[in-house]
Design a binder for this molecule. Structure first.
Ligand SMILES: C[S@@+](CC[C@H](N)C(=O)[O-])C[C@H]1O[C@@H](n2cnc3c(N)ncnc32)[C@H](O)[C@@H]1O
Length: 358
């Protein structure tokens, strides 16, 4: 079993990418990818869109969109596990580019009446390609997406929504614009609504997520995932909290990006937080979250957990824990612990041993 969960692109998105990008010769896309990588390595933010034209947008969609889709889809799956029957009716995707989060939202809440959505971005080229890709979607909600050109610097005025995604965007903004965009996203979320911020799983990306998390909590939001609490993050020093999704590489992807492996692992950091509405039973975070690859030894599994008490702990689950041991053998980095279908899995006594902080 792979240690990193695989996230497959939905067939209709994979087909749309192949069809819409067929016009772009691989060598041309490859050159555009090289330029994009250079641009992203350089000093961002920029004063103008990085995705300047159709070639840039095509290169981005071929080279990055499968990975950003996988990160958003993984984070949304963890959010959905916390929110039960809740279904966002309106989705606002800030800096949505070619629409990765729109597809991920539609796949997380499938159905005829999936969340309707608006993508805001300052790159006309990215929006044009996003609109063209979405036209090929099987989900009516993706096809019906509104694509709007809008700068997100300053303090943008945003329409109200039930779910606001800010995925792989903050790194392209100045620190001041990051803060004001997160505040604007919080302001746009209706009561009971959620803001989800995702960034690359690097120390810098994690720092941006933690800063956003702090602003959301200060605005009265409750963290639902990945953290089991809304208090200070216990991951400090040189460590950073992140997760991973395995993305199979398509022929198109290999053409533009090279590489011999049939997959790549996208590392990402994220936070999803809800604005409590004071009604009914509010959604709650997991009791603990697995924050590293579980270590399987003979007859036991070691789980590194972020715990509701606000600390990092190591739990050892042994064969004597029966069904819980079997669950621990299937546990994966990024999952809740105990699994949601075994809510009583950590008894106060006779259960897994809790050791000191890792
Ligand atoms: C790395 S891409 C991420 C796109 C998409 N969210 C995804 O996950 O694939 C960053 C996006 O943010 C947009 N962006 C960056 N700065 C912006 C700004 N100041 N105003 C509006 N959009 C911006 C870019 O045009 C680009 O589409």
């Amino acid at each position: 079993m792979s240690l990193v969960p695989t996230v497959h692109l939905p067939d209709d998105l994979a087909a749309a990418l192949t069809r819409r990008l067929a016009a772009t010769a691989p060598t041309e896309a490859s050159a555009q990818v090289d330029r994009l990588i250079e641009n992203y390595r350089g000093a961002t933010p920029t004063a103008a869109p990085v995705l300047r034209d159709a070639g840039d947008a095509a290169a981005y969609a071929a080279y990055r969109m499968p990975a950003t889709y996988a990160a958003a889809r993984s984070a949304l799956a963890e959010l959905r596990a916390r929110t039960g029957a809740w279904t966002p009716r309106a989705h606002l995707d800030l800096g949505g580019g070619t629409g990765a989060a729109r597809w991920a939202v539609a796949d997380t809440w499938p159905g005829e009446s999936g969340p309707r959505g608006t993508v805001l971005d300052w790159s006309a080229a990215a929006l044009d390609l996003g609109r063209a890709l979405a036209a090929d979607a099987s989900a009516p909600s993706v096809r019906a997406t509104t694509w709007t050109r809008a700068p997100l610097s300053g303090a943008p005025e945003l329409p109200a929504a039930d779910l606001v995604t800010v995925s792989y965007v903050l790194g392209e903004l100045t620190p001041g614009d990051r803060a004001s965009l997160v505040d604007a996203a919080a302001g746009a979320a209706r009561a009971g609504g959620v803001v989800l911020v995702a960034e690359p799983g690097t120390p810098e990306g994690y720092a941006r997520v933690i800063a956003a998390r702090g602003r959301l909590v200060a605005a009265g939001f409750r963290v639902l995932a990945p953290c089991p609490h809304s208090g200070p993050c216990p991951v400090t020093g040189t460590d950073w909290c992140h997760f991973a999704a395995r993305v199979p590489r398509s022929a198109l992807h290999r053409q533009v990006k090279g590489g011999t492996l049939p997959y790549e692992d996208e590392k990402f950091s994220y936070v999803a937080a809800v604005r409590p509405d004071g009604a009914g039973t509010p959604p709650a975070p997991a009791a603990n979250r697995v924050v590293r690859h579980p270590q399987t030894r003979k007859g036991q599994v070691l789980l590194d957990l972020c715990a509701a008490a606000g600390d990092l702990t190591r739990t050892t689950v042994t064969k004597r824990h029966g069904p819980l041991y079997r669950a621990a053998r299937d546990a994966r980095w990024g999952a809740p612990w105990p699994p949601d279908d075994q809510p009583d899995g950590v008894p106060d006594s006779g259960g897994p041993d809790r050791e000191g902080a890792v």
